[in-house]
Design a binder for this molecule. Sequence first.
Ligand code: HEM
Length: 411
Amino acid sequence: MSDAPLPTIIQLTPLDPTYRADPHAVLDDLRARCPVRHDPTSGAFVLSRYADVRAVVSDRDLWRDALNAEEGTQARKRVEENYDPSVPRAESTSILTLDDPDHARIRQPLSQALYARVAKFRPEVERIVDEALDRLPSDRPFDLMDLFCVPIPIDVIASILGVDHDRLKEFREWSEGTILGLNPFRTPAQTEVMERCGAALAAYFLETIAARRAEPRDDLISDMVRLQAQGAPLTDTELRINLGALLVGGNLTTTDLIGNAVRLLLLNPGELAKLQADPSLINAAVEEVLRFEGPVDVTGRIASSDTEIGGCPIKTHQSITTFLRAANRDPEVFDDPHSFNITRKHKPHVAFGGGAHICIGAPLARLEAQVALPRLFARFPNLKLADPDAEPQWRTLPFFRGLERLDLVAG
Ligand code: HEM
């Protein structure tokens, strides 16, 4: 245990080189010394123990909308910047940051339609993965992120939404542009790209909602307008915002799940061999990647009444940041937590959060990884890191863990 000052929230992001190189050295120390830490810079309580994180994300009485956060805190200031009290809250933000009753009202029909589509989507995901595999060169090194991990989730969500083939190129560009919204430290030029892409996407969604209402097809947008017609109380603006949330919430995260999985399997040939010997281990392998190197570091809640966590009093309106990454390596819960073991005894991780806000895209992300990994290793049985001694190139986007590039050779 170190006696260095406890890390502030910024030191718990990949902007900090120590954290970027090995988040768990920092998180283990924090968990051991101060598992409920009041961060002086953000004002939030930072939780790193599995039991506390699990209890908080599962608690449906806590708030999510940062408009409920204490005045003067970063979280509150950030939402207030774009807050217009004349616009209904559900028409200015997605389910990601809404509270009930709006959250339940919008999430229910969206999850009903999305889960039904995902349940029958495996053949389409296989087709999209095979198309991406065809683009990988077998005779020279290539960046797997660029050619495989980035395009697959975008093409999958485009297909679920029913984006026409001739709009796919634009749709890909807008999807990548809106992801810039995840970066609180984006440059003014990036903000310009994000806003342009966001506006184009919004116009596209509104136009498509109207088109599908007039002439339904076999896609998620048609499912949603059908549910509206059957009485689901959802405005077109709410629908448009939440279709956008599927892209922002789903693309980069699934990209990182696939990229992190490939890197881990290549670094752990014994685990890859187990998977190749017994393909039925694929679901367990994906869960172990989510536990061991999940794409998302944190999620948040806000205390809706005075409470106490691990002996620390927390007042109504105070923010709670749950470190999913730290919880998933808590030695109290996971034996030998820092070993990547696809046959470890199953214990549920918290990589998708939990409770009312648990990731709505989890079944889709799982499906994509469960299809992409076996097909990649079947197509390229001798796949290797292009330079096994090179340092991994982690992105610096706060609260996400994924690779900038993953240079491989077919072998
Ligand atoms: C491996 C991939 C993914 C990871 C690790 C991930 C992680 C998360 C996490 C941690 C949350 C917050 C949960 C909470 O606060 O308890 C979340 C929410 C959300 N995710 Fe994902 N996600 C992934 C893929 C996706 C996909 C594919 C989609 C869309 C198709 C998606 C859409 C969303 C949305 C809309 C929410 C907000 C749900 C709500 O607040 O009710 N995510 N995700």
